[in-house]
Design a protein around this ligand. Structure first.
Ligand SMILES: Cc1cc2nc3c(=O)[nH]c(=O)nc-3n(C[C@H](O)[C@H](O)[C@H](O)COP(=O)(O)O)c2cc1C
Length: 493
């Protein structure tokens, strides 16, 4: 790397989402969508200094020198959360580093002299945010707003490891490296390449993690209802699609309650079963399974006074905000009393709608399901969970997709337990083809597509041996594995 004596010129500026309003001797610092801060009795010189901060062209030292009689340092300390670090390049504002988590206002600026090599970090993402070009990384607690195109150009250059860059840009790249956007290495390589933890993180996973939990994001977060008054929420219960309607049998509560094994026995006897009986599952069993796992018990609301400006529903599995965005589709291969085909489950009416009779679509979805089990299972039927994404996104900002995956998890376990209690063979699957499913179900991928699958069928004569089963030489007993053995023996009995 080019030897350079000069350090980066870091200016004091406001975050991009701060708006400055001056009224008489008061200055209001407003954050888009968030609480502001009022400075009172602000002198004319101090107001001028704050305008300088807004312009982002001065270092803290320059501001103090320029307004010697004003308590610049004290005021800046008071409004520190509203501040960001500007980068001045050849007398122009080149970039702004905004904090996205709790960290120092200014990132460290590592020394890039000597035999330093630079490279764009694996997790660094360049994108448009509003009208800004921004550089983000889940490894960084800063967002770099790039105001000078030369910096974006330099990032293109460092996509490959380099030891020479435009001398002018070195201070900027040093700060971007200090903020965690660039890797620093030597001619022998980059330390991150042998970091076993970072190597095992996929870019999209870490980005998703950092954006769907508090701590490394300053984006609007949680149940904020950003589209109230602009976009209508999706209905609590999806209107049934077109197609022949098939009423499903309903179980009797007394029979279910009296016939089921106890809770702990059901939990212990739960297994993933990828083999099936000679006789297929029946439509009565399917009706009972869907009724017990996913039916709509009722709807209620809106209750704006209880922060619920939308209609909710009640179903057997838990769901954040009672949003119930998950839908079920059945791809039926064999089910006594039900023709093979692809059906939507109308959870409100406890009925099916035959939506696709195409053999190719059905076989494709079942083929992927079989593949997911390593070829072990040719299920009686495949239950695909889709998410009506906008049902959640209407309420939850930043976390809608994470929340829908959590709901899928709750529904998986409910399905596992009900299948076990009913003596059916069930197995969760994690990686269906969302695009093929959207095509087969006639859905718009962006509005509703699959987030999980569960295969279901009649139980085989022989239940699979649990992993703790006889003869497993690598089995190391832990806490009461006998509970499972006992529950399975009861199930077999
Ligand atoms: C979300 C989820 C995804 C799964 N994905 C698959 C899968 O794609 N293929 C498969 O054969 N089993 C899958 N399983 C089943 C697991 O392999 C199984 O739960 C695990 O091995 C433990 O065994 P047990 O369920 O019999 O206790 C999945 C389970 C869950 C909960």
């Amino acid at each position: 790397m080019t030897t350079l004596e000069r350090t980066a010129e870091c200016t004091v500026t406001f975050r991009r989402d701060v708006a400055l309003q001056t009224r008489d001797d008061q200055v209001l610092l407003g954050l888009a969508d968030r609480a502001g801060y009022r400075l009172r009795n602000v002198s004319a010189a101090m107001r001028e200094a704050l305008a300088g901060v807004e312009a982002g062209m001065h270092t803290a030292e320059e501001l103090a020198q320029q307004y010697p009689g004003s308590p610049v340092a004290g005021v800046l300390a008071k409004i520190e959360p509203f501040l960001a670090t500007g980068i001045r390049l050849a007398g122009c504002r080149a970039a702004v580093l905004e904090r996205t988590g709790i960290t120092e206002l200014r990132p460290p600026s590592p020394d890039l002299t000597g035999t330093t090599w630079l490279r764009l970090g694996k997790f660094s993402l360049l994108r448009r945010r509003g009208d800004d070009l921004v550089l983000e990384s889940p490894l960084s607690k800063y967002r770099a707003v790039l105001l000078d195109d030369a910096i974006a150009g330099a990032l293109g250059v460092v996509a490959r490891p380099v030891s020479e860059v435009d001398e002018e840009l070195v201070p900027v790249l040093a700060l971007l490296a200090g903020a965690g956007f660039l890797d620093i290495g030597t001619e022998d390589g980059f330390a991150v390449d042998s970091d076993e933890v970072l190597r095992q993180w996929d870019v999209h996973d870490l980005y998703f993690h950092s954006r769907s939990r508090i701590g490394r994001t300053d984006e609007p977060f949680g149940g904020r209802f950003p589209y109230v008054g602009q976009i209508e929420p999706l209905p609590a219960v999806k209107p049934a699609p077109e197609g022949p309607r098939i009423e499903l049998p309903r179980p009797e509560f007394d029979r279910v309650r009296d016939g089921d094994p106890g809770l702990q026995e059901t939990i212990e006897a739960r297994q993933s079963i990828r083999a099936y009986g000679d006789e297929p599952i029946t439509v009565a069993q399917l009706g009972e399974f869907l009724y017990r796992t996913a039916r709509v018990r009722g709807t209620y609301g809106p209750r704006p006074e209880a922060r619920m400006p939308y209609e909710g529903s009640s179903r057997p599995y838990p769901c954040g905000g009672a949003g119930y965005e998950l839908e079920l589709y059945l791809t039926v291969r064999r089910c006594a009393g039900l023709e093979p085909g692809i059906y939507h489950y109308d959870a409100g009416e406890h009925a099916l709608r035959l939506i696709n009779t195409g053999v190719a679509d059905r076989e494709e979805l079942l083929r992927v399901a079989t593949l997911s089990t390593g070829g072990q299972a040719v299920p009686d039927l495949l239950v695909t969970m889709t998410s009506r994404f906008q049902r959640l996104a209407w309420k939850y900002q930043s976390i809608a997709y994470a929340v829908t995956l959590k709901h899928a998890g709750a529904l998986y376990q409910t399905m596992y337990l009900v299948a076990t209690a009913m003596g059916l063979a069930g197995c969760g699957l994690g990686s269906g083809d969302a695009d093929a499913a959207a095509r087969a179900f006639g859905l718009d991928y962006l509005r509703e597509s699959s987030v999980g699958e569960f295969i279901l069928g009649s139980a085989p004569d022989e239940l699979p041996a649990p992993v703790s089963g006889d003869g497993a030489l690598d089995w190391r007993p832990g806490n009461d594995p006998g509970w499972q053995a006992e529950a399975l023996a009861a199930r077999r009995g």
